[in-house]
Write a protein that binds this ligand. Structure first.
Ligand SMILES: [Zn+2]
Ligand SMILES: [Zn+2]
Length: 833
């Protein structure tokens, strides 16, 4: 029977149906088996998968299939990060409900993923916009409240007037909204925060345990984001008032050189200090202009330094000198206390500011070279701040001390007067979780005139997002105007009260979804200890580098908090992380505006899912960028066709062999093929285990196929079993990458059970030895034994084998070995007495 042409459309649908019906990727907790949890970051249901998704999920699928064949009980789930702004905006545009739009997109994308043949346990699919999912995070929020880890605070926020929502700093680019490009405003608002800073130390310390499992670059980004620094908290009195200004500094050694004070525009003292300023109007206008600036720009080194004098002075606690107090554009409220003691001789930003406003410089750190010559750094000579270490000058009793020792000494000196203490500071801020949007999980609190903020009692959860809400054309959330939603009774006093109408930041949902996958249908608890105890941690997490900071940090925080609430035992969610590179076309990122988007659907229609997967995995190692190439995917298709044709040609001679089953080759050709077969198993296994080098693993299988083509004429009649074994090996090794074709070829060879449930092949070390020689062993000149060894085996190994031969050991029992002479490929001569 002729197989006909390689037709991926027919084969792929068929195998997807078989996998689905047999449930071969459905898994349960099984303590008797080792588990492996592989997870790809769940997508936002935009409606269409793109090549970046295909790459991410193809990498995950090879890992899942490989580990499963290695005998692990593999959890490989998929779901939807389904709340968020795009659904709301699409709903406004199409005059529909965000839920309608979202569920339709989910259905389409699920279909696309199934068409790619991924080995997901689809029974575990979750969508974060479903009440049975978000009711648990409402419960978590109540726990955060109960434990004092959630609080409400008035704070300035980046506000996009077009999107009608608060933006995170990362969502502001050049002062504009990342999504709609509107100018971002600063707005004071009541917001809900989670106290992630309570976990700052643990979040930082536990990064050490992820060394080796996470990319170094991501660990560094996490460490920088948490940004712990050691320093001192110093207090400056404001002259002629009872106000004080607390300052955090990492350089208390430069305190004698502090000549002015810089405040952030948001600093609460600004208004107090300038209340009676004659130029109050000018000051207020300046403050407003800074507050409307993009915070990232404000923190940039190349920012043109600007400020305004408040008219007030504070007192340097060690010199008694009066320091003018400025509002400065480069000082941020987010770091430290929002006030900076300015040391222009030793800080570049202060230096630039002082030069611009004619403020005095005072050098207090003397470079070692000058110090050794008995000279002192002259302020007039400085063209930039001197920021390196040195010895103290102009610093009273601390003169001559090295600046590291002086840090401690000066703080201790201030400690006595209550004006200073050692302190730790973090760059990390508490997490603002409230959004003024509709399409999110409602925050479960109630406002009562009599009782204040009242948590929704747990038995009233979930607080459902109303499905009859009409989205508004101006983008504002409809919730505040929905009386049926807002009006409620106070759970404490029973009087009429109002519901919170803000919803959670969507990072809330993505911070714990990996836990829900462990037990996705549990209706009594978010997930059982039994399930998370078995499946967690995620052994391999795979996703884009764009999530290297916030998503990972929030997930790590959630795991630790949920551990402390008693929900889970794990302390870290993701043991290993792989951040895959981007998919490029013509050297640039694929984007609609550039018109260089390659649609996965059209590739699947033309070449099939297997060729698409093969190309993506073959073109580049997972962590590197991948350049899309039309020739590349054609090449992938040609290789699969070539493997198909080989089986077609040999079909009548093939038996239902298993990989590496041809153990006793009769001819040189068969021996050569057997060597290649075992070597391919070795290389593919090693390359997948070694940082998922799928490209070189695939290249090894291609070489094996070439070898079969070279030897098939010689072996087809004389020793077809050699070819059967090698083909079985090739399709098994390639099956995680191109599963449909390999399943089909496996079946054509006569196997009944699916390849997906087969064990991963092993190789025989002995089969990798090309030439064997017979070594003769003599003890004191008499032949006592013989053994086979590789022709170029190292002398030490040969010697060891010789000494351990039973007959040789017998003659050495009561003697001491004096000398062993190895003559390569011939003889081991042992001298003993
Ligand atoms: Zn916007
Ligand atoms: Zn009340």
């Amino acid at each position: 029977m002729a197989l006909g042409k390689y037709d991926p459309q027919a084969i792929e649908r068929k195998w997807q149906r078989i996998w689905q019906e047999s449930g071969c990727f459905e898994v349960e907790v099984d303590p008797a088996r080792p588990k492996y949890y592989v997870l790809e970051m769940f997508p936002y249901p935009s409606g269409k998968i793109h090549m970046g998704h295909v790459r991410n999920y193809s990498i995950g699928d090879v890992v899942a299939r490989f580990k499963s064949m290695q005998g692990f009980n593999v959890l490989h789930p998929m779901g939807w990060d389904a709340f968020g702004l795009p659904a709301e905006n699409a709903a406004i545009k199409n005059n529909t409900h965000p839920a309608t739009w979202t569920y339709r997109n989910i259905a389409e994308m699920r279909e696309q993923l199934q068409r790619l043949g991924y080995s997901y346990d689809w029974r575990r699919e979750i969508a974060s916009c479903r009440p049975e999912y978000y009711k648990w995070e409402q419960k978590f929020f109540l726990k955060f409240l109960e434990k004092g880890l959630a609080y409400r605070r008035h704070s300035p926020q980046n506000w996009c007037p077009d999107c009608n929502t608060v933006l995170a700093n990362e969502q502001v680019e050049d002062g504009r909204c990342w999504r709609c490009d509107s100018e971002v405003e600063q707005k004071d608002m009541e917001q809900w925060f989670l106290r992630i800073t309570d976990y700052a130390d643990e979040l930082l310390a536990d990064l050490d345990s992820l060394e080796g499992g996470w990319p170094e670059r991501v660990l560094t980004m996490q460490r920088n984001w948490i940004g712990r620094s050691y320093g001192a908290e110093l207090t400056f009195r404001v002259k002629d008032t009872d106000q004080t200004i607390p300052v955090f500094t990492t350089r208390p050694d430069t305190l004698f050189g502090a000549t002015f004070m810089s405040l952030a525009a948001e600093h609460p003292l600004v208004d107090v200090l300038t209340a009676d300023a004659p130029n109050k109007g000018e000051i207020d206008a300046f403050v407003a202009s800074i507050r409307n600036m993009d915070r990232i720009k404000r923190g940039a080194d190349d920012l043109e330094k600007e400020g305004i004098f408040t008219g007030k002075y504070c007192v340097n606690p060690v010199t008694g000198a009066l320091m003018p107090i400025y509002v400065a554009n480069f000082v941020l409220m987010g770091y430290g206390t929002g006030a900076v003691m300015a040391v222009p001789a030793h800080d570049q930003r202060d230096f630039e500011f002082a030069r611009k406003y004619g403020l005095p410089l005072k050098a207090v750190i003397n470079p070692a070279g000058l110090h050794a010559r008995g000279e002192v750094l002259a302020e007039a000579d400085l063209t930039e701040a001197y920021t390196d270490p040195g010895f103290l000058v102009n610093s009273g009793e601390f003169d001559g001390m090295d600046n590291e020792s002086a840090k401690k000494a000066i703080v201790e000196h201030l400690d006595a007067s209550g004006l200073g203490k050692m302190a730790v500071n973090y760059r990390l801020r508490d997490w603002n979780v409230s959004r003024q949007r509709f399409w999110g999980a409602p925050i479960p609190v109630i406002y009562c005139d009599a009782c204040g903020v009242v948590p929704v009692p747990e038995d009233q959860l979930p607080i459902l997002l109303p499905e009859d809400a009409q989205v508004r054309s101006d983008g504002k959330s409809p919730l505040p105007d929905m009386e049926s939603f807002v009006n409620c009774d106070c759970p404490t006093c029973g009087k009429p009260a109002r519901r919170e109408t803000d919803t959670f930041d969507t990072f809330f949902e993505s911070s714990w979804y990996y836990l829900r996958y462990c037990d996705p249908r549990n209706e009594d608890t978010p997930f059982s200890q039994e399930a998370t105890g078995y499946w967690m941690n995620v052994d391999q997490y795979i996703g884009g580098i764009e999530h290297a900071i916030l998503h990972l940090l929030y997930s790590r925080f959630f795991t630790k908090a949920l551990r402390d609430f008693g929900f889970v035992q794990a302390s870290e969610p993701f043991a290993n992380l792989l951040t895959q590179g981007m998919v490029l076309k013509d050297g640039g990122k694929m984007s609609k505006s550039k018109g260089n988007v390659v649609d996965p659907n059209s590739m699947i229609e033309r070449y099939g899912a297997d060729a698409t997967r093969l190309f993506i995995l073959f073109a580049s190692p997972p962590i590197k960028e991948l350049e899309w190439s039309d020739q590349g995917i054609e090449g992938a298709f040609r290789f699969l066709s070539r493997l198909w044709r080989l089986v077609e040609e040999l079909e009548d001679r093939l038996d239902a062999a298993t990989p590496t089953s041809h153990a006793a080759p009769q001819s040189d050709a068969a021996r050569q093929l057997r060597f290649k077969e075992h070597d391919t198993v070795r290389r593919v296994t090693r390359d997948i285990e070694n940082e998922f080098q799928f490209n070189t693993a695939i290249a090894a299988v291609m070489e094996l196929v070439n070898e079969m083509y070279a030897l098939k004429d010689e072996l087809a009649d004389s020793e077809p079993a050699a070819l059967s074994s090698a083909i079985a090996t090739a399709v098994t090794l390639l099956s995680p990458v191109a599963p449909h074709l390999c399943e089909e070829l496996w079946r054509i060879m006569g196997h009944a059970e699916p390849l997906a449930t087969r064990p991963w092949p092993t190789f025989d070390e002995a089969a990798l030895i090309k030439d064997q020689v017979t070594m003769v062993v003599q003890v004191n000149g008499k032949v006592r034994g013989k053994f086979e060894a590789p022709s170029d085996a190292p002398a030490a190994e040969v010697e060891k084998i010789a000494l351990e031969l039973e007959n040789v050991a017998k003659f050495l029992e009561s003697a001491t070995v004096r000398k062993v002479i190895v003559i390569p490929n011939k003889l081991v001569n042992i001298v003993a007495n």
